[in-house]
Design a binder for this molecule. Structure first.
Ligand SMILES: NC(=O)c1ccc[n+]([C@@H]2O[C@H](COP(=O)([O-])OP(=O)(O)OC[C@H]3O[C@@H](n4cnc5c(N)ncnc54)[C@H](OP(=O)(O)O)[C@@H]3O)[C@@H](O)[C@H]2O)c1
Length: 345
């Protein structure tokens, strides 16, 4: 078994890491780390566990430590679910101490020498690790996953991009409250309400999509316009997507391309890889957040309502993905599985 530390283990994403790693065939949680508020308490006390499955007993008894390399010994991989402001320097300290850090935070996502992996799409970007180690003079590495909405958007875009080409994408999101961390948006702000602004999110979707669909050194040449909204659902980010393609295609051909799409995680049979990264539903009123977010154990994106777009002369569809699983910890665990198979861990 490989030993894993989870930084930010008490938070929304940290708890999903602990949940997904419970019973994992390759990794086990051996260290949990969080802020001064939690340090010295048991994980059971500090986390105020909010998941529907029981807290893993062995982790519940662990003492929460500081998020510094000095406090953490003898682990093979570090999962980071820290707020971005803390993650920047902390993740660098861990990489400098020789650890491979698999991060959810935005701090290093757009660094040119840091792979931002959505592993069905751009595993080849791990080649950046070599350049990162050379330039930064460290033996460890930082590998990130994208923002939760970008993770969901790019999975159905990839087969369209490969088969038909994409000139531009317009996307409007309906994002769950858990995307804002714990305790997140105040209930008096979000119950019976929609908030048409999530700080920094439009820009993240626009730039991260280009990086993921591009080559390791060159962003993809497509334009993205995003408008992000917070809605009163708990988990699951839904989005309406409008795509201008280079080659015209019927909606049926687009659906077939999405359904047939698989990536390296499926070919390598990685433990957390969903059988289908994109599941296409034919029902006219699906996907729905509550009914479809756990498709593929929360690792698949569900797409529906694929149809012609009369304005862009392209297609439009609705996509839904689980933000804390596929969009965060699940993607991180899948990245770590890929890194292990490729002997980076
Ligand atoms: N939620 C999502 O859907 C989602 C999706 C993709 C990416 N992300 C990213 O993942 C990261 C975590 O998000 P989250 O939603 O899990 O946030 P969260 O619920 O607010 O959790 C934050 C975690 O970081 C710890 N922390 C806070 N300040 C710290 C400090 N100064 N030093 C050390 N530890 C500190 C907290 O520990 P205490 O409990 O001790 O305060 C907690 O464990 C963020 O970078 C976020 O942008 C989130």
């Amino acid at each position: 078994m490989l030993k894993a530390a989870v930084l930010g283990a008490t938070g929304n994403v940290g708890q999903i890491f602990v949940q997904l790693l419970d019973g994992h065939p390759w990794f086990e949680v051996s260290v949990v780390a969080a802020s001064e508020r939690s340090k010295g308490r048991t994980y059971g006390e500090a986390s105020r566990w909010r998941q529907s499955t029981p807290i893993p007993e062995a982790v519940a008894q662990m003492e929460v430590v500081d998020v510094t390399p000095n406090a953490i010994k003898d682990v093979d991989v570090v999962f980071s679910a820290l707020p971005s402001a803390v993650a920047g320097k902390t993740e660098e300290d861990f990489a400098l101490a020789g650890y491979v850090v698999v991060s959810n935070a935005s701090a290093h996502r757009m660094d040119p020498d840091v792979p931002m992996l959505n592993p069905e799409i751009n595993c080849s970007h791990v080649s950046l690790i070599e350049e990162q180690r050379r330039k930064r003079k460290w033996d460890g590495a930082i590998v990130t996953n994208p923002n939760c909405t970008t993770t969901v958007l790019t999975l159905p875009l990839k087969p369209i991009y490969d088969e038909f080409g994409i000139k531009s994408v317009i996307v409007s999101t309906m994002q769950a409250i858990s995307g804002a961390g714990y305790p997140g948006v105040a209930s008096l702000d979000i119950v019976d309400n929609v908030i048409p602004y999530i700080g920094g999110e439009d820009e993240k979707m626009e730039t991260e999509t280009q990086k993921i669909l591009g080559s390791p050194s060159e962003p993809a040449d497509l334009k993205v316009s995003a408008s992000c909204n917070r809605v009163p659902t708990i988990d699951g980010h839904m989005m309406s997507v409008f795509v201008e393609m280079k080659k015209q295609a019927e909606s049926k051909a687009v659906a077939v391309a999405m359904e047939n799409f698989v990536g390296e995680p499926q070919k390598l049979n990685l433990p957390s890889a969903p059988e289908k990264p994109v599941v296409v539903t034919q029902e006219k009123d699906r996907p729905q957040t509550r009914l479809d977010r756990m498709e593929g154990k929360g690792m698949s994106v569900v797409v529906g309502r694929i149809r012609k777009d009369p304005v862009l002369n392209g297609i439009k569809f609705v996509a839904l993905g689980h933000n804390t699983i596929r969009g965060a910890a699940g993607c991180g665990v899948l990245n770590a599985e890929y890194l292990k198979v490729k002997k980076f861990i």
